[in-house]
Design a protein around this ligand. Sequence first.
Ligand code: 5GP
Length: 217
Amino acid sequence: EGGSGGIVITDEWPGYSLDLFSYPTHYSGDLDCVIIPHGVIMDRTERLARNIMDDLGDHDIVVLCVLKGGYQFCADLVDRIKALSRNSSRTIPMRVHFIRLKSYLNDQSTEDLHILGAEDLSFLAGKNVLIVEAIVGTGKTMKALLKHVEAFRPKMIKVAGLLVKRVPQNSACLPDYVGFEIPNRFVVGYALDYNEYFRDLNHICVISESGKKKYKI
Ligand code: 5GP
């Protein structure tokens, strides 16, 4: 597994200027900086796929993609695992299932967590499950989801999280596979949204104050 908490992005890291990369012009002024360029996300994902293959190769797995924010990471991660499966003697037969969670309004976590598409997960019984999430903040969401999934008695549950935030309240509940550990700032892009905006941005960026105002509901 590597036992790694991921690539650490420190609080001092100012990020890259947006002018150094291309991004949709409809977001100019809405972002402060790029904290993880798309290419770096892809390179890290490739390595996570290998770690997952090393641990789970030759097991059947059910990938549980946590929508909406997780769709891009899940698609890219599954893609990399597929590439490894067709180029080595070890393979991971995969099924992919989608569930949707909603707990955020503007940039604030709300208390009530809604799980959609998770009504009947009884097919998870006895299966190896890989939960794929884009971001873990306080870990409350992940904890609630784990509890929900455990109730269906899978054989094993692993969690892959692209981003883990350094938040004071983080409840020692960390994914088994972590892409990056990031500062406690609100990030968007690579399918992560702010009120449904910014999913169409491929880098992971920090939203600006004016961006927050512009898309507030
Ligand atoms: P937690 O329960 O761990 O505090 O929050 C996890 C959920 O909050 C994630 O699944 C994600 O939907 C949302 N979230 C937390 N931090 C961010 C962020 O910086 N950007 C975006 N777009 N969503 C976030």
